[in-house]
Design a protein around this ligand. Structure first.
Ligand code: NCD
Ligand code: ZN
Length: 346
């Protein structure tokens, strides 16, 4: 028996496209299904000013196959040297959609991020004034704070004080991974949203660690306890507009994942929608999928909803995805949830 579901074409509100050969490989995987994506600026070197963002946008569009349409929503990487006027001009011209805050050292390619939050206050104040959203990687980086507690501590020590002292600053808590994150969003009805990844909806830390360590499930913020996964599912399945999809699809070459010191990130772009459809169906929330993937994000960002649709079909046969894709001289391993998938994008 085939079941089918037609929804407004989704967007991805948190995506890593990388550059060069990797960009060529991964861009079609997203553009096949998603109309737009917020493009993370953590290249090496990072996308720190409007000239960088314009050049990166040009490289992305040049890598897009002719038969696909896709709109990259560019972001700037906030540093302690970011010029508020450059941000304002880039936002006013439509070149950028948001600015990304990485605490220095929090994740992949974040060494140019922020150490002293007071130094970026003028930029954040300007952003509040012009209505430019701030995308936040919400983890503290102190050696003394356990990696599983870093999101919760960030909310108390950094995020909440910033939001209180800069009223009107619109914030997206990127890839929330805890009940603390979901609860913080729920307690604030203005100027706050959160993205949730595929892997954090389906896995807890046992999936990554029990019976052997699975490097392809290692991402940041790290998978948490089951109770946190349950809170994220409840948030996504609730239909609450403050929660929307950011896959955080973050490709690394296979050798960098299967390494002594494994790189953080899951490459979920090829099967994100198959996994999500199945997960929402299992949660009895298939009717909430479209809001999560296609409606809540545009509402937060003040952008129009896509006018075209995609159709998801569920058949009896397992949907096959390639194990790896070639990326220049390397390969990139496609995220494998470890359970069979039956939904496909038609
Ligand atoms: C991301 C990457 O590889 O760029 N990795 C990850 O584990 N999510 C960075 C990020 O979003 O934290
Ligand atoms: Zn990311």
């Amino acid at each position: 028996m085939t079941q089918s579901l037609t929804i407004t074409r989704p967007d991805d509100w948190h995506l890593h496209l990388r550059d060069g050969a990797m960009l060529q490989t991964v861009l079609p995987e997203t553009a096949r299904h998603f109309a737009r994506a917020i493009i993370m600026p953590n290249l090496v070197p990072p996308v720190v000013n409007s000239a960088d963002a314009a050049a990166y946008r040009t490289r992305i569009m040049a890598a897009l196959p002719a038969d696909l349409t896709f709109e990259p929503l560019m972001t700037l990487y906030l540093t302690e040297d970011t010029d508020p006027e450059d941000v304002a001009a880039a936002h006013a011209s439509g070149l950028i959609t948001s600015v990304k805050l990485y605490p220095a050292g929090a994740t992949t390619n974040s060494s140019s991020g922020v150490r002293d939050f007071d130094k970026v206050r003028p930029v954040l104040e300007k952003m509040a004034e012009i209505g430019c959203p701030l995308c936040v990687h919400g983890e503290v980086t102190d050696r003394d704070i356990d990696i599983f507690d870093r999101e919760a501590v960030f909310i108390d020590r950094v995020l909440d004080p910033i939001r209180r002292s800069i009223p009107g600053l619109r914030v997206v808590m990127e890839h929330i991974t805890t009940k603390n994150g979901a609860d913080y969003v729920l307690a604030n009805d203005k100027d706050l949203g959160a993205t949730i990844t595929v892997q954090h909806l389906i896995f807890d830390r046992n999936d990554m660690l029990v019976g052997g360590m699975r490097p392809h499930y290692y991402c940041l913020p790290i998978l948490k306890r089951r109770e946190h996964r349950e809170a994220l599912r409840a948030a996504a399945f609730s239909g609450d507009k403050r929660f929307f999809l950011g896959t955080d699809s973050a490709p690394h070459p296979t050798h960098a994942k299967e390494a002594e010191c494994c790189a953080a990130g899951c490459f979920t772009a090829p099967n994100a929608l198959s996994i999500l459809a199945q997960t929402f169906e299992e949660g009895g929330a298939l009717d909430k999928l479209e809001g999560f993937t296609s409606l809540h994000g545009p509402a937060f960002y003040g952008l129009p909803v896509n006018t075209d649709t995609i159709t998801l079909t569920k058949g009896d046969a397992e949907v096959a995805f390639p194990e790896t894709l070639p990326a220049g001289d390397h390969t990139v391993t496609v995220f494998d949830p470890g359970f069979p998938l039956y939904w496909r994008v038609a």
